[in-house]
Design a protein around this ligand. Sequence first.
Ligand SMILES: Nc1ncnc2c1ncn2[C@@H]1O[C@H](COP(=O)(O)OP(=O)(O)OP(=O)(O)O)[C@@H](O)[C@H]1O
Ligand SMILES: [Mg+2]
Length: 314
Amino acid sequence: MIYTLALNPAIDRTMWVERMDFHATTRVRRESRYPGGKGIDVSRVLTGLGVPNVALGFVGGFVGDELECRLGYEGVQTDMVRVSGETRTNIIVNETAGDGRHLLLTAKGPKIDPHELGTLFRKIENLSEPSMMAIGGSLPRGVHPDAYRRIITIMKRKGAMTILDADGDNLRSGIQAGPDYIKPNRHEMSELVGRELNGLEEIVQAAEEVRSQGVGTVLVSMGADGMVAVGDGKRYLATPPKVETVNNVGLGDSAVAGFMYGLANRFELKDCLVHGTAAGTATAMKPGTARANREDVMAMVPRIGLRDLMRDEK
Ligand SMILES: Nc1ncnc2c1ncn2[C@@H]1O[C@H](COP(=O)(O)OP(=O)(O)OP(=O)(O)O)[C@@H](O)[C@H]1O
Ligand SMILES: [Mg+2]
């Protein structure tokens, strides 16, 4: 089975207003509530792509109930650990007038008790025949940054592939366990190697440095410029077409899910990369925090350009 892990999931509450008024009442024109958080997002897109998977993580309180119900409604399987605190709600306000400003308020989420963390670790230790796990996002209060290193170590011991999408200390700690894949964006990659990265060549060079620390394949997503994959003797660049984007939330998560769709179907690295890039771009065209579905992704796949960077060099 394929698993995703979301230690600090959320309900993303998006509201559309004409213009925010800080001196009077602002009327909300439209609202949506969707399950959110990195692992959850990956699970939603994977499910939409027809890839069976189970979302693991922590949920608590009424919002935790809502999160599980909404996921169930979308057909996403879950196996959550109940915690005493309440799952967080993030607030996104989109203005429809003017330049379409956004306000994004991300909440902290509940503090996790040691015994709740212990329950999750036991669950992970006891997963039967996991094939792959997507791990990522911020860590809730109470969880040490070392958690990702420990989880990746357990999954590797159990023979599962691991894909890490995190930043800062969480990414650094996860890398110590030698994940099969990491997917930082350009900015996170530059923070990881401690220098600015200008142009493709510098990104590829930085990816090779990170690979030498034990990471299998490094995927660097670059927004509208697409995504690079640097693996063992393989370097590819996938580029999306120019599209009208209406959303910039969770594109990286969709890219991870599209890539995993490729892995689950035993595609070659370059085809996994194309599907990942297609999924990211297809979600960029979906309003609110809705996600690209199978049809959207498959329609985008033939529009993605692919370059073999190894061949370019020769
Ligand atoms: N403006 C855009 N036009 C077309 N495709 C895009 C655009 N922005 C992002 N994408 C697609 O989404 C993928 C991931 O985007 P990005 O690099 O912004 O991820 P990220 O920064 O990790 O996002 P997140 O905020 O979800 O963590 C890109 O590789 C690309 O395929
Ligand atoms: Mg990201």
